[in-house]
Unconditional design. Structure first.
Length: 355
């Protein structure tokens, strides 16, 4: 009850906007469920948020996305892009169902995907984070430090999201934005997320999930669990359901695949990842088995990935295999992953200060 009251009070004191107050700029993305634009305020009020904005016009799933963003902003503000406001826009003359408008602060130009598709990766991230070059080890070890720093940020963001009771379900490089303001990666696109504490979007919409980054389990909640109870009941039940089903481990698989892609340049392309997924499936989702089949005949590119994960006694490989596992129950959670010895070494200085 308190939570809803608090939400109501916060709503009351926050600015509200209407459709005609925004000027749309460049289109940033277009999916099956919405279009995303860069935008600004037509007549910025004195106390209005900074004018560089992102606006998403969404279909029926916009309602869930607004809910998730409101929740995330209150509970774990720095994990996700800064959400400004969301509302339902009724079409002119009152016809049609209208669409949902969501507004965020513009965090920056680049997603993790943009960085990863460049030949410069991971050095292009290092310069973003540090501005100037530091006295770091060279070569593979340096790459490993940068990747380690990115992974720490992703897991940090996921940990606070999961601690809030939210499972993202669409974790992929395209949904990770680099925030120029905080010089860290933040999560975006909560359109497929589920809030287990209150049962919102509790029934998974399978078709919303990206098969390239999805864990092998078809359903995030076991099919035996009852359908979404009404909000107050769900609030009481959900910690138990969470323990039973470990829905957060779905995201852990996806973030494991991102780690894999960062380590192996050839798996960063769509076709590379799809081929890997096929191979892993053939190996019964056993990464060790996959390694045994590909390593003997690996080209220099794959070998480089194994070499990177083998540094410091293979702790990188150990972390990877603790996330990319067939059984959700056997996957590590975000908090434990952050405590993994892989993160014991000093990361990039600029970032350790940020967190
Ligand atoms: P979609 O449903 O189309 O995937 P997203 O929420 O992922 O929508 O946004 C699409 C794209 O818009 C992102 O890949 C990113 O490039 C850009 N974008 C989204 N939110 C922001 C933001 N807060 N700041 C900067 N760019 C953003
Ligand atoms: Mg997206």
């Amino acid at each position: 009850f308190d939570m809803f009251f608090l939400a109501f009070i916060q709503r009351l004191f926050r600015p509200s906007f209407r459709k005609d107050e925004f000027i749309l700029g460049k289109k940033l993305g277009e999916g099956a469920f919405g279009v995303v634009y860069r935008a600004s305020l037509a007549n910025a009020k004195p106390n209005a948020p900074k004018c560089d904005l992102v606006l998403k016009k969404a279909t029926e799933y916009g309602a869930v996305e607004i809910w998730m963003n409101e929740r995330a902003r209150r509970a774990c503000a720095n994990s996700c892009a800064d959400f400004v406001y969301g509302f339902r826009e009724r079409s002119a003359k009152g016809k049609g169902r209208g669409e949902y408008w969501l507004i965020w602060r513009f965090e920056g130009e680049d997603t993790l995907s943009d960085f990863m598709t460049s030949k410069e990766f991971p050095y292009n991230v290092e310069t973003k984070i540090l501005g100037e070059v530091q006295d770091l080890p060279k070569g593979l070890e340096r790459e490993n430090r940068i990747i380690q720093t990115i992974m720490r940020q992703l897991l940090f963001a996921l940990d606070s999201l999961h601690s809030t009771g939210i499972v993202h379900r669409d974790i992929k490089p395209q949904n990770i934005i680099f925030s120029e303001g905080s010089r860290t990666f933040k999560i975006i696109d909560l359109g497929a997320a589920a809030d287990l504490r209150v049962g919102i979007n509790y029934i998974p919409k399978e078709f919303l999930l990206d098969p390239r980054y999805s864990a092998p389990e078809q359903y995030i909640m076991s099919t035996q669990t009852p359908s979404a109870p009404s909000a107050p009941v769900a609030t009481a039940l959900s910690p138990v359901l969470w323990q039973m089903n470990l829905p957060d481990r779905f995201d852990m698989y996806s973030v494991g695949l991102i780690f894999l892609q960062m380590a192996f340049p050839s798996l960063r392309t769509d076709s590379g990842l799809i081929q890997f997924n096929r191979q892993l499936k053939r190996c019964g989702y056993d990464l060790e088995a996959w390694r045994k089949t590909v390593e003997p005949r690996a080209g220099s590119d794959l070998r480089k990935g194994f070499e990177l994960l083998n540094l410091d006694g293979g702790i990188g490989w150990d972390l990877l295999t603790s996330m990319v596992r067939y059984k959700a129950r056997q996957r590590t959670d975000a908090k434990s992953a952050l405590a993994h010895p892989y993160f014991n070494q000093e990361g990039l200085l600029g970032l350790s200060y940020m967190q």
